[in-house]
Each structure stands twice: as structure tokens, then as C-alpha cells.
Ligand binder design. Structure first.
Ligand code: GRG
Length: 299
């Protein structure tokens, strides 16, 4: 039985440290003509962030007794994809944002073409990491990880969600359409992260389904909290420009439900997420606490 976790804050801080060390090793620091690309990848990946998705990978892996060094590789791969999505989302053709994680965005710090390539580099290297035998000795497990991450990050997941997000600027979406958009854009990557430990640990279907149900509710709660931060957050804490959805005239959970109902709904979803973890008993305590953290966070 894996050892019981510490408090959530300490455990998340540990993950930030471990994941950043792993990213530092995995990302090339090349003394080559194309070094600018590697510098931009490092800048986009190592400049802060809560590392929520890596934390979900590490915690779900811990529940199934997975070797932490292997889990850390999967956690870094997820963060690579997440950072690529942020770099591309900030580009002038998308959100046109100059601030991310409290620093200049990659295209401002470097240039647009380098930012596109840095995102592409992180996206592709993520799959190289998962396909490496160091991530898991069983090729079937590696294939499952690669396929599941590709599905979560691809056209039926995050990329498709981003397309819907762009369409939402000129089309009025109802609550069902917004829910689908957000499930694809952010929920599917959160779901992959929570299920990665079950894949690495070759867990049975009931465990896998429980984590999927947890992640489904967690992803929606996360997104509603994100919409609330866009309306009520403090820019210096959030680390990115706020109020953009309103200016763009985009429908969000908050614009449709209002602040109070949105907050209630986020809390309800967080409680529901935690209940899906009952089958894991005490082992899932950190994941339960993450559900609360996600709705109460200030960044
Ligand atoms: C460009 C292919 C492509 C996809 C972009 C994820 C995404 C799709 C865009 C990010 C834009 C955004 C602000 C989405 C809202 C939810 C979200 C993903 C917030 C950022 O994630 P956090 O809060 O960020 O986990 P940190 O900085 O803590 O990693």
C-alpha cells in the first residue's frame, strides 16, 4: 500500500519541484545553431504554473503503486502538451495575449514563428517521452498512453475545443454547447491526467471508470472556476489579462449562469467529483482535496 500523502499544499509544491527538475532534464539545452528553439521551449515550460495536470498524474499513479520515476515522465509529457497549448493560445491569431504566468508570453519574448515552433516542439516531444521504454517496460501500456493522450489533445479533444472556442466569438452558444466546448478544450486533458496513473498501473475497469467520472466533474469545476477568475480574479495573482471573455462577447458559464449560480455549480461539481473516489478509500485523499482546491484557487 503506498504511503499516505502529506497536506495538499506540500504535496503540490513537491510535484512542482519534481516536475520542473524532470522537464529541465528532458528539454534539450542545445549548443546548436537552432538553440533559440530550445530556449523558447524551456521559457514556455519552466516559467511557473500550478502543475495541476502533472499532480493528477503523480497522485493517480501513486494510488496504483507506479514507479514515481515513470509517472514523472508521463507527468512531464502532459505538461509539455499543456504548455504548447498555452503558447499557441496566446498567439496573435488566437487570444493575442502578452502576459502568461505573470511573464511575457513566448511570442513576445521571442517572436511569433519561434513561438509556433516551440509549441510544435513540445507537442511532438511529449509523445517521444511516452513512447520511450523508460516510461513503462510494457509496450502495450506505452501505446495506451500515447493513444489516450493523442485523443485528449487532438481534434476530438483540446484542439477541437479550441476551434469551438474561436467559433464562440461569433456564434451564440447555449449552456449545452458551452459544456461540450469546455469538456473538450480543458476537460479532456484533465481527464487524461487523472487516468494516466490507472493506465501506468494497469488498473481494472472499475478503478479506471471511477477516475474518469472524477475527472469529468473536476474538469467542469475547474473551468467554471476559471470563468469566475476571469470576472473576479486579481490580475497579479492570476498572471494573465482578465475580463477578455466579456470583451470578446463570448458566452461562458458565468455569463449564462451568473456569478452566484456558477460558484454553487462549481462547488457542487467538486463535491460530486470527490464522491466518485469512494472506492479508493483513504488512498484518494489528495485527489479529493484537489477538487476543493480547484474551485477555491485564486490563480
Ligand atoms: C491552442 C491547440 C490550442 C489549444 C489551446 C488549453 C487551451 C486550448 C487554451 C488555454 C486558454 C485558457 C486560459 C483556457 C482556460 C483553462 C486553462 C487551460 C487555463 C490554464 O490552465 P492552468 O490554470 O494554468 O492549469 P497554469 O499556468 O497553472 O498551468
Amino acid at each position: 500500500m503506498p504511503s499516505l500523502p502529506k497536506t495538499l499544499t506540500a504535496a503540490m509544491a513537491d510535484t512542482v519541484e519534481q516536475v520542473e527538475a524532470a522537464i529541465d532534464v528532458l528539454l534539450p539545452r542545445a549548443d546548436l545553431v537552432e538553440a533559440r528553439l530550445f530556449d523558447a521551449m524551456r521559457y514556455g515550460c519552466l516559467g511557473g504554473g500550478k502543475r495541476l495536470r502533472p499532480f493528477l498524474v503523480m497522485e493517480s499513479a501513486r494510488m496504483f503503486g507506479v514507479n514515481p520515476a515513470c509517472a514523472l515522465r508521463a507527468a512531464a509529457a502532459v505538461e509539455f502538451i499543456h504548455c504548447y497549448s498555452l503558447i499557441h493560445d496566446d498567439l496573435p491569431a488566437m487570444d493575442d495575449s502578452e502576459l502568461r504566468r505573470g511573464r511575457k508570453t513566448v511570442h513576445v519574448q521571442f517572436d511569433e514563428a519561434t513561438a509556433i515552433l516551440a509549441g510544435d516542439g513540445l507537442l511532438t516531444q511529449a509523445f517521444e517521452i511516452l513512447a520511450d521504454p523508460e516510461t513503462h517496460e510494457d509496450p502495450q501500456v506505452r501505446c495506451k498512453l500515447v493513444a489516450a493522450l493523442a485523443k485528449a489533445a487532438g481534434p476530438r479533444g483540446m484542439v477541437g475545443g479550441q476551434m469551438l472556442d474561436l467559433i464562440a466569438e461569433t456564434t451564440s452558444f447555449d449552456i449545452g454547447a458551452i459544456t461540450r466546448l469546455q469538456r473538450m478544450k480543458t476537460g479532456d486533458m484533465i481527464a487524461f491526467s487523472a487516468c494516466a496513473g490507472a493506465i501506468l498501473g494497469r488498473a481494472g475497469a472499475p478503478q479506471h471508470h471511477a477516475l474518469q467520472a472524477y475527472a469529468h466533474d473536476l474538469g467542469l469545476a475547474f473551468q467554471i472556476a476559471d470563468d469566475l477568475l476571469d470576472v473576479e480574479g486579481v490580475q497579479d495573482e492570476v498572471g494573465k489579462p482578465l475580463g477578455r471573455d466579456d470583451v470578446a462577447g463570448k458566452a461562458t458559464f458565468v455569463s449564462i449562469l451568473g456569478v452566484e449560480r456558477a460558484r454553487d455549480q462549481a462547488r457542487r461539481l467538486a463535491n460530486q467529483a470527490a464522491m466518485h473516489l469512494d472506492i479508493f478509500g483513504e488512498r484518494a485523499e489528495m485527489l479529493r482535496q484537489v477538487a476543493q482546491f480547484v474551485v477555491e484557487r485564486r490563480s
